[in-house]
Design a protein around this ligand. Structure first.
Ligand SMILES: [Zn+2]
Length: 358
């Protein structure tokens, strides 16, 4: 991984985030795009679209990722103690006693959970210092923000800041090489509580149906989608399979990269470890594809005894950016399988007589 990519990955993975509290991530994205003259628009739900556009008549394609990760919102507080509500995946065995970070007005205050997780997902906590501003305070497990050790990237929230980083690195590459492309970088909110931001994308028409949308996620590694063996072309998730035309297109690009780019590897798999926003877009008739980082470590920080980091591979990250750049420069359009169909039809016409003879 070159230093430029490493910096983007480290910067993004260090950002604080939780469902409904993606403000720091979205501000980072705005700044990042501003510095590269890439315009950013927000929809009524706070989802962002950063649009790199160069050249006339270039077909658009969207790369999408959610900005949140399981975490909590402070409901009330008094001095150093307070009550919060957890959003997204968690294991009740981590309450009480686990270490947390409370983010209040931009300041990070360490603390720990002091009660069990109640049925309404609320719990009590104590902080090391007084929480100055309770309003809009939020938090997450106190884990290593990001650490790169050889090929292993350990982080508090690979899901899904790693995908946000990959999209930003792709935008950065397009900007620096000034290539013709029409890429929509789409960043959504509150995925971990049931695709709320993606619901906003559908409702507000933030990404029109003629723009193919490719959802990036981290997804539990499984056989055929292992950490370090390359980014995964995700043909489906636990709930749905995605558009075969888009998948065919991405697959062809990946095969070409494998032939022409030294060291590029990819995998192709149905990632059934969870459902992703692509499933929601499928429900509303959008043209959907998906890519995934195989995820190691503790998915959603659910460690055996205590919360723990998620892990991805640095090589997979580089490969993911490579593949995303290729997709931006060769956006899926029409039916890419036409040539294959023609080949089959030729073969069928010349050989069908044997069926008719017998
Ligand atoms: Zn996710």
């Amino acid at each position: 991984m070159d230093n430029r990519t490493k910096k983007i990955v480290k910067d993004v993975l260090s950002l604080p985030t939780a469902p409904y509290h993606e403000g720091v991530v979205s501000n980072f994205i705005r700044d990042f795009a501003d510095k590269r003259n890439i315009p950013v628009k927000s929809d009524p739900y706070g989802n962002l679209v950063a649009r790199y556009r160069k050249g006339n008549g270039v077909k658009p394609v969207a790369l999408a990722a959610h900005m949140d990760h399981p975490g909590f919102e402070v409901i009330s507080g008094n001095g150093r103690t307070g009550t919060a509500q957890w959003f997204g995946a968690r294991d009740p065995i981590h309450f009480p006693g686990s270490r947390i970070i409370i983010n209040s007005n931009g300041f990070e205050v360490p603390g720990r959970t002091t009660s069990s997780l109640r049925e309404d997902n609320t719990f009590d906590f104590v902080a090391n210092r007084t929480i100055q501003v309770v309003d809009s305070a939020f938090g997450y497990w106190n884990l290593t923000p990001v650490e790169i050790n050889g090929d292993r990237i350990s982080t508090k929230a690979a899901d899904n800041l790693a995908s946000c980083a990959a999209i930003l690195a792709t935008l950065d590459r397009l900007y620096r090489s000034e290539v013709n492309a029409n890429l929509w970088g789409v960043f959504t909110r509150a995925e971990e509580v049931g695709f709320m931001g993606a619901g906003g994308i559908v409702e507000a028409g933030t990404v029109p149906k003629h723009v193919p949308i490719i959802v990036l996620e981290t997804s539990l590694a499984l056989q055929g989608a292992e950490v370090g063996n390359g980014p995964v072309i995700r043909v489906g998730d636990r709930t749905s399979v995605f558009d075969p035309r888009i998948e065919f297109n991405i697959h062809a690009l990946a095969q070409e990269l494998e032939r022409n780019k030294r060291g590029f590897r990819y995998q192709r798999q149905l990632m059934s470890g969870g459902s992703c926003e692509a499933t929601l877009y499928v429900l509303y008739g959008m043209a959907v594809g998906a890519l995934a980082f195989p995820l190691g470590g503790c998915y959603h920080n659910i460690g055996k005894r205590k919360p723990a980091e998620e892990c991805i591979s640095a090589a997979d990250t580089v490969g993911m950016i490579e593949l995303c750049t290729a997709i931006a420069m060769n956006p899926p359009s029409g039916d890419p399988r036409t040539a294959l169909r023609k080949r089959f039809e030729r073969s069928f016409k010349t050989r069908r007589s044997k069926l008719q003879d017998c």
